[in-house]
Design a binder for this molecule. Structure first.
Ligand SMILES: *Cc1c(COP(=O)(O)O)cnc(C)c1O
Length: 438
């Protein structure tokens, strides 16, 4: 064997060993989703010869279960039959197809913007759009929220522009930075409308007002809000009535809309410039027609149907109340995200493992660098397809895991220990308490 090759490999092995030592090494669960029975799925334990096991998914970002919606599936099937599997190239070569043009029209209408542009993912859309927009402005200063997603940070980096980070959701700090930069300098404010780890929501109206006052451009990532908030599923800016005052809205087709892809909606000049200059758009093959058609069907469905949104919020609220009533440390927020705090990487992973192995409940641990060290958590995402029986199972399983691992319950729990132990008698000990908690 070539001894040089061996030494190369050692670097990779020691990099992996470092992650394992810090309890940050990630193991993926091998799951087989069943579109008709979501959130039920089949899990194949790694290295075990057992038959696959049925588990309940509690951590999917297919927030509204649109990935299995008949409208989406019919559209995908029909487009596959009519147009075949792939797009056949980049948009510049031969990859512009009718379904993607229709999807862009649907998205520009969704956000009340004159134009939209679709990318292969939300991650790519942030990288491409932030870096291109900032680069095309003279001496642009980027003002970035401290908790922005990795894809936005990568976009800021790639632009090579000066960057200042404002304290998370702190509009006073943002104003200080805007004031110091002055009205005349080009400024791009980048932030998210809904932060997916804590589930908190940005003060979008205040940010937009500051941008107007100091003549800055605004770029908002609505990835965790599109489909789920606003009268037509346009997101938080739509709900707050500030869509027309935000310059660029970025979203994904992969979470609330249940398919794949990302996009921006903005003015024709911005969209045309990104289309013409962003290598992450120019040099990669377009989404296949079936994916574009599928995403479009979901967007269109959610424009007219509020049913999924209402049930989604209801199930999130119910889950939070039930977990809290059982003494589990649910972080408070005003969104559909249900973070349950553990605060330690090894114990967070242990809790996740135990939930899966003992209780057939799948919740991936959220550890650094996704969240800060010391704030490791289980991030629970109820969907409209979860029901009260699922919630009861979840509460019972979480209580058992917390007890088994000696994780702390909150002081304020309203169910005595004894009742916790007898939770198996039925869902409803916890669920009935929800009204008391409200
Ligand atoms: C998931 C995510 C993205 C990336 O979207 P994908 O379509 O999954 O690539 C962008 N921004 C935020 C805030 C996200 O959580």
């Amino acid at each position: 064997m070539n001894p040089m090759a061996l030494s190369y490999d050692q670097h990779f092995q020691s990099a992996i060993a470092r992650l394992k030592m810090e309890n940050r090494y990630r193991i993926f669960a091998n799951l087989e989703r069943d579109a008709a029975r979501f959130p039920t799925a089949l899990w194949r334990p790694e290295g075990e010869e057992h038959a696959p096991r049925e588990v309940t998914i509690w951590c999917s970002n297919d927030y509204l279960a649109m990935g299995g919606h008949p409208a989406s599936l019919d559209a995908a099937r029909d487009a596959l039959e009519r147009h075949g599997a792939g797009a056949g190239g980049t948009r510049n070569i031969s990859g512009t197809h009718h379904p993607i043009v229709e999807l862009e029209a649907e998205l520009s209408d969704l956000h009340g913007k004159p134009a939209a542009l679709v990318f292969t993912s939300g991650w790519v859309s942030n990288l491409a759009s932030i870096s291109t927009i900032a680069t095309l402005l003279p001496n642009c200063l980027i003002l970035s929220d401290a908790l922005n997603h990795n894809s936005m940070i990568e976009g800021v980096r790639r632009s090579g522009c000066e960057k200042q980070v404002w304290r998370h959701n702190d509009v006073d700090h943002l104003e200080e930075l805007l004031q110091a930069a002055g009205r005349d300098r080009a400024k791009l404010i980048v932030f998210e409308s809904l932060y997916s780890m804590d589930g908190d929501i940005a003060p979008v109206e205040k940010i937009v007002a500051l941008a107007e006052k100091y003549n800055a451009l605004t770029y908002v990532d609505e990835v965790h809000a599109v489909g789920m908030y606003g009268a037509r599923g346009g997101g938080i800016c739509q709900r707050e009535g500030v869509e027309s005052r935000v310059d660029v809205i970025e979203g994904t087709l992969a979470k609330g809309f249940g398919a794949l892809g990302g996009y921006i909606a903005a003015s024709p000049a911005i969209v045309d410039a990104v289309r013409s200059y962003a290598p992450q758009f120019i040099f990669t093959t377009t989404l296949p027609p079936m994916v574009a058609a599928c995403a479009r069907a979901a967007v269109r469905h959610l424009k007219h149907s509020g049913e999924e949104r209402a049930r989604h919020q209801h199930m999130a609220l119910l889950t939070k109340h039930a977990l809290r009533a059982a003494g589990l440390p649910v972080m408070d927020n005003v969104s559909h995200i249900v973070p349950v705090m553990v605060g330690d990487a090894a114990r967070c992973k242990a809790a996740s493992d135990l939930l899966l192995r003992r209780h057939s409940i799948y919740i991936q641990p959220i550890n650094y660098p996704t969240v800060a060290i010391g704030t490791e958590r289980l991030r629970i995402t109820p969907t409209p397809r979860h029901d009260e029986a699922h919630v009861a199972e979840l509460v019972e399983a979480m209580v058992d895991v917390w007890s088994t691992l000696g994780l702390p319950f909150t002081e304020s729990h309203v169910i005595p220990l004894q009742a916790r132990a007898s939770a198996s008698r039925g869902p409803c000990a916890y669920l009935e308490l929800k009204n008391a908690a409200e």
